[in-house]
Design a protein around this ligand. Sequence first.
Ligand SMILES: *[C@@H]1O[C@H](CO)[C@@H](O)[C@H](O)[C@H]1NC(C)=O
Ligand SMILES: *[C@@H]1O[C@H](CO)[C@@H](O)[C@H](O)[C@H]1NC(C)=O
Length: 228
Amino acid sequence: MMETSLQYLLFPCLLLCCRTNEVLPAALTVSPSRSQFFKRDSVSLSCEEDNSSAGWTVRRNTTKGTRTQCGDGWGIPSASTCTISFLLSWDSGVYWCESREGAASSSIQLTVTGGSVILQSPVLPVMEGDDVTLSCHTKTAPSNLPAAFYKDGSLIRTEPAGHMTLHHVTSSDEGLYRCSISGHGESPSSRISVSGSDLPVAMVMTPPTKADQGLDKDYDDVTTEHHF
Ligand SMILES: *[C@@H]1O[C@H](CO)[C@@H](O)[C@H](O)[C@H]1NC(C)=O
Ligand SMILES: *[C@@H]1O[C@H](CO)[C@@H](O)[C@H](O)[C@H]1NC(C)=O
């Protein structure tokens, strides 16, 4: 009985690990780590890679072009890092890493605002169960002014110190967030995505065993959270 359960747990986990390596050959990291920027800010985008000979470069889709490569009219490439030293509104768009052979990392959305307020939120999907802190900044004033936070267009709450923590996030926290600071204005919206941990995703791929009612219950719980 015990051996059977273990098989069901381990086999899909091995599948998942192999699959993950193929799907995510490089990760794009952003410095400073946020998805909203003021005009004239600078940003560095790096492809974190395990094989530099694969020739990873940063590419983007904006209103000015699709799949354009760093150095091709925007950004300064250096190894697998791309620096944009003077952001303008039309640098807003989707960025990702791509190898010479066409393998792509997951993509991130960057937004450059001409306004005077930005929301600082995680660039990459956050893990289910984590705490996530959002903060609202103006370009000039100290960063701890009172701010109102909105999700999908509705006010969540106003925070006196300009930052808000979402505790133990679940998929119900996913959505478009923005903030505003009285007398300064409103930030653009950015999406927050929540991803499940690896183990529950692997367990969804496992056929439920009638042998163990306790495990069956876990599968049911997990399946309601993760749909492919
Ligand atoms: C690194 O990438 C190159 C070019 O894509 C490939 O030929 C080589 O096998 C890779 N090496 C490893 C260790 O993955
Ligand atoms: C970039 O744009 C091309 C052409 O519209 C599209 O096929 C591709 O999926 C886009 N890439 C991302 C990461 O959004």
